[in-house]
Write a protein that binds this ligand. Structure first.
Ligand code: DGY
Length: 314
């Protein structure tokens, strides 16, 4: 039996399979383990089942001589230093596909919420709803608008399909195909981000990119916070250079209470819930356990990632 550490309680029954096969410790506190606590557990473990918020870096891998397998409970794996894992002979797996539709649904929900100013409307219904106003809470029309999808991977394509269902003109940009980012930003009424976080996509949406967007445009990010330069976004929203934004991901998570974004007009923020449907999260748990069992067995993981395979966005 190998020793396994799971850094959060998971939904569904998948962990039972792990418990039957290996000596399994599951972190049971409400708050996640700190980096130091994770490192202490990793030091004793043959396998780890980790969250996207767990940093699996070179010093942690260095301090984990027995470690052979890391199953990340996410499609993204920018939290794992893949090169260091490869150097230490540690296999790394992720959980693609099963969260694609859930994440695309959330991206579209955020698009609609920002277009129709739902946070303001909900607050108004509770606090100051006096009468029906012809000019009250006017938002943007989604039907027939232009949707720009940055990153046409699995989730980007799923968002594009939703856009088509809303009669939208869809512009997709991917490395080397589709519209150029510049053209997409200039033409889209809604820009939805679905690229993985990497050195190339860090702050892809910076002040220059925001300046290319139309003043009526809305930005949606369900991928990773670091893809957007948040200071530039806060300034663009405060100065009304774009009409709104909807973010499921921020830097850091949670966003600090004094971040200027909280005071920005027409901003919707959700706490990284892209994959948060019961079935997606249960299926992610099954995939993560499959990966870990295979890795500990010395077999290729069903969804193994490597230094050359770039992280898909979520
Ligand atoms: C992922 O799997 O990478 C997502 O961000 C989780 O929702």
């Amino acid at each position: 039996m190998a020793r396994v550490f799971v850094s959060r309680q998971l939904p569904g029954a998948a962990l039972e399979r792990l418990r039957k096969a290996h000596e399994t410790t599951v972190w049971s506190e409400r708050r996640p383990p700190t980096y130091e606590q994770l490192r202490a557990h990793a030091a004793e473990a043959d396998g780890l089942l980790t969250m996207l918020s767990d940093r699996i870096d070179a010093p942690l891998l260095e301090a984990a001589p027995r470690l052979r397998a890391v199953a990340n409970y996410a499609v993204g794996f920018d939290n794992v230093d893949l090169a260091a894992a490869a150097r230490h002979g540690v296999a790394v797996g992720n959980t693609p596909d099963v969260l694609t539709e859930a994440t695309a649904d959330l991206a579209f929900a955020l698009l609609l919420a920002a277009a129709r100013r739902l946070p303001e409307a909900l607050a108004s219904a509770r606090n100051d709803w006096s009468d029906w106003e012809p000019t009250g809470l006017l938002g943007a029309e989604v039907w027939g608008a232009t949707l720009g999808v940055v990153g046409m991977g699995r989730i980007g394509r799923a968002v594009a399909r939703r856009g088509e269902g809303f009669g939208m003109t869809v512009l997709g940009s991917s490395r080397g195909s589709g519209s150029s980012l510049e053209e997409l930003l200039a033409r889209a009424d809604f820009v939805s981000l679905h690229v993985p976080l990497s050195a190339d996509t860090h702050h892809l949406i910076d002040a220059d990119a925001l300046a290319r967007m139309q003043p009526t445009a809305i930005l949606i990010n369900t991928a990773r916070g670091e893809i957007v330069d948040q200071a530039a976004l806060a300034a663009a929203l405060h100065e009304r250079r774009i009409a709104g934004a909807a973010l499921d991901v921020t830097t850091p998570e949670p966003l600090s209470p004094d971040d200027p974004l909280w005071r920005a007009p027409n901003l919707v923020i959700t706490p990284h819930i892209g994959s948060a449907t019961r079935s997606a999260r249960e299926r992610m748990a099954e995939l993560a356990v499959d990966n870990l069992l295979a890795g500990l067995d010395g077999q290729p993981m069903p969804n193994q990632v490597s230094v050359t395979r770039e992280a898909p966005a979520a």
